[in-house]
Every structure is written in C-alpha cells, then in structure tokens.
Design a protein. Structure first.
Length: 249
C-alpha cells in the first residue's frame, strides 16, 4: 500500500469529529476506531481485529499498529458508537483524492476503453436494512404483509473496464427522504445529485456513464451531457416501447 495514501488516510481520520459528550469514557480515539474499521475492509478479513487483540495480548505488538498506526484497538461495538454519528460525506474528499492520485500516476490507463474514455458503472445498493431500526435518513418500503422495511441506499459509481478484475470506487451518493419511495425514483435522484456534486470534477477525465434501464430517461441523459460526459444505458422494450419499435423497424 502506498505510504502517501496511508498518511492521507490517517490524516483524514485524525480530523474526524468526536461526537461524544464531554465526560463520557474517551479511552479510545475516533482516529483509532476509523483506522481499525478501515483495516478490516483493507484485509477483507472479518476476524482481523480479534486476531490483532490476541496478538497484542500475547506478544505485546500487533499488525494494526505497525501497518495502520492504530494505538488502541476498540471493540466492534465501540467502533460503531464512535463512527455511526459521523456523516459519511466527511470521507468523500479523501476517496476522490485517492482516485485522483491513481489517475495522475497513470494507474488508470488500463481502464481506458470505449472512445478513449473511462467507464463508470452506476448502480444502487443498500448499506442497511431493518424492520425494527430506523432513522430520519431511511427510506421506507411497505411490504405485501403490511410490514415496513427501513433502508439506507446509495448510488455507487465505480470505474470498470473489460478484462479488469478490480474496480476503482468514486464518491457515492446516499438517498434522502425526499427522493421518493420507488427504487427507480430514488436512484435517479441520487444519480442526478452525484452529477451536480462531482460532474465538473470528473468531466476532464473523459468518462462514459454505464447504467441499467432505470437511468435511460431523457432528463438524466441531458444531465449527463450537461456535465460533458457520455452515456451507455440499457433500454428494455417494455419500458421504451417506441424506441424498440423504431429499432425493430
């Protein structure tokens, strides 16, 4: 892992807000909680932190400290308590800067594809779902059995390319309550908001947005073109009947 990137991540985490009330137990730093959470995703090992705590106990040292600079490893519940109140958009600039460095260093050249552009796949995903726990940011869906499901959903743009097994994530866009109840309405609103927030930043890289049928609507296509980007979107015959007739004729 690039040392400059490690330093950048650590610097960003050190500036995260501490939402604990004064007087609460502050044994663990927010920076350590964030670095510990990041280490799990980096190593893709769900038991990473437990192993590091046992290593620390038996050998008085651990990889979390030597690799990521963690001073004290919090428990999983403590990590959640420290990080949950922090708005996710706090980390978006760091994520964008990491991608910018890859681009500047030529690491994204293998991803250049159609028309000499970078392909960016747009897709919606749920990061949280529950029938019991909710917050003002949740979307609500009433099931046929009458129960309500609460979700946090977001559009996750990633740079992809044929033959590439890895992808490069770009800053996501979370759904907000006013986006609507239908999945299509929510994703379209999120994607348009992402274009407004990041279109001017990424347009100079020459990008082609990829999306399924729910993105294939004139207002969204016009929004993409306004940001000087191209698009390649799926058109299903049942939802684009006139276009299907013309192509079939």
């Amino acid at each position: 892992m690039d040392l400059d990137l490690v330093d950048q991540i650590r610097s960003t985490f050190s500036a995260l807000p501490d939402c604990r009330k004064q007087g609460n137990n502050q044994k663990y730093a927010v920076e350590d909680a964030a670095l510990s959470a990041f280490s799990v995703f980096f190593t893709q090992s769900p038991s990473f932190l437990d192993y590091q705590r046992r290593m620390q106990k038996h050998h008085n040292r651990n990889n979390a400290q030597s690799i990521f600079g963690v001073h004290q490893i919090p428990s999983t519940s403590q990590i959640g308590n420290l990080l949950d109140p922090i708005p996710p958009e706090t980390l978006y600039p760091m994520l964008a800067e990491a991608g910018d460095k890859l681009y500047a260093q030529g690491c994204l050249e293998p991803f250049i594809s159609i028309g000499g552009t970078l392909l960016v796949a747009l897709d919606g995903t749920a990061s949280f779902s529950s029938e019991r726990i909710s917050c003002p940011c949740c979307t609500r869906q009433t099931l046929k059995n009458g129960k309500t499901v609460y979700r946090h959903t977001m559009v996750t743009p990633v740079i992809v390319a044929p033959g590439q097994s890895r992808v490069v994530p770009l800053p996501p866009e979370f759904v907000v309550a006013q986006d609507g109840q239908e999945k299509q309405d929510c994703e379209l609103a999120e994607a348009k908001r992402w274009l407004i927030a990041w279109g001017s930043h990424y347009a100079p890289r020459r990008m082609t947005l990829l999306g399924d049928d729910r993105y294939c609507h004139q207002p969204f296509c016009e929004a993409v073109r306004q940001q000087q980007m191209d698009f390649l979107l799926v058109c299903k015959p049942d939802s684009h009947a006139l276009l299907a007739v013309r192509m079939g004729g």
